[in-house]
Ligand binder design. Sequence first.
Ligand code: NAD
Ligand code: GLY
Length: 367
Amino acid sequence: MSEIMRVNVGLGERSYDVLVGAGALTAAAPELVRHFPRGRAILITDRHVAGLHLERVSETLAAHGLEVEPVIVEPGETSKSWAGLARVVDALLDHNIERAEAVIALGGGVIGDLTGFAAAITKRGIDFIQIPTTLLAQVDSSVGGKTGINTTHGKNFAGAFHQPRLVIADRDLLATLPLRERRAGYAEIVKAALIGDAALFEQLEAAGADGLDGAGLDAAVAAAIAFKARIVAEDEREGGVRALLNLGHTFGHAFEADAPKDVIRHGEAVAAGIALAFAYSAHRGVCSAGDAARVEAHLRAVGLPASAAELAHTDWQASSLVSRMRDDKKNMDGRITLILARGIGAAYIDRAADEADLLSFMETQLS
Ligand code: NAD
Ligand code: GLY
């Protein structure tokens, strides 16, 4: 077991800890079992994660007197739906869950978002515990309390803010994660550093591709979570500064929306989006070209795309991408909101992007 790091998300009576490191589940088991007064835990997971990790997780918790009752859903975004939500809520009610009991989410962002939303509404709100099994879920989706499902109107269009009671980010669970998924999650660590932690970015640069695993990864995961925790503590419901966490996402969501389903990973779109946000900041003269070049170089060093052309889909139209940006949830008063940067670790919110300039920039980028 490596050193286990503990990061607190300070939200008054809804505060909670995130335990980070290889072996974190074993270390956290004694405090996890306190949330289960009936000696049993309903655990939501997907079929894929169940095959890889359910037995070991169940054994670990059984050693602390907790019997796991799994509810297994299909992997992928289709479970983050009204039907998927009904399945999980019904399963919790079928198990006669009581308000004093928590429910466990074991899986990636899909399972965390779905379970969190089910917990928010079942019996008007029960507790939940996140055991994230993808790097993206460990550094981003399991922390901060955004839960929800997709609707025909768009991704994450129905949901609730519902904070977990405990998050256990155990690196051992990432051992089975394909490199592509690992890299996609790593993009969110780069994002955190670029928004507001220049020292973390220097550490990531120094480690290069070695930082994708091992103790170096643990330190970066803990630093990215600590950064997110500070933002969430300041602005839990995204009235202001939390929007910074969308660095790279306005461009990224446009790539995801315009690419055929499942061709690019969210983190890949975000990586290319981060590079574009810095390139656009340099184009606007608010950020140095040197900083934008450093961002691109680091993304490429770890195997992430740093431009639209490096994504697995390449048939992009600037006008279509800008039109997708117009649909972004962050927008206000019909103007495109962009997260831009004055430099590494110095992101800011631009609430009124100049659409004509953005379109011409995108045309240049894609030519
Ligand atoms: P995911 O949950 O779909 O997991 C990706 C794939 O990896 C799945 O097939 C899953 O079965 C598999 N998997 C999970 N753990 C594994 C492991 N340890 N080894 C091998 N395979 C494993 O996707 P994700 O990338 O983790 O999360 C994406 C979701 O997170 C999206 O729905 C997105 O909207 C959401 N999200 C939410 C927030 C938030 O703040 N709530 C933030 C970012 C993203
Ligand atoms: N992933 C962005 C947020 O949690 O606000």
